[in-house]
Write a protein that binds this ligand. Structure first.
Ligand SMILES: [Zn+2]
Length: 79
């Protein structure tokens, strides 16, 4: 009788650990997904570097990586 009780307790504990691990994994992966949400990228019209839109300096001619490149304006394409 005690043998069955031990088996039941072991099954319960293993099941509880598996459920706990899975729910923690799910919350971590959903948090990770939120943190890795794709950010809009833009390309500097002067030097061509790619940067997140929220870091870019934008004007009517386009987006730039820095204020200096915005003042310099779009690079004239040589090719
Ligand atoms: Zn630039």
């Amino acid at each position: 009788m005690l043998k069955y009780l031990v088996v039941i307790v072991v099954v319960f504990v293993v099941g509880w650990l598996l459920l706990r691990g899975r729910s923690r994994e799910a919350s971590v992966s959903s948090r990770k997904a939120a943190g890795n949400a794709p950010k809009a990228m833009v390309q500097c019209s002067h030097c061509g570097v790619h940067l997140p839109r929220h870091d870019a300096v934008e004007d009517s001619r386009g987006a730039y990586c820095t204020e200096a490149h915005r003042l310099a304006g779009p690079r004239k394409s040589a090719d």
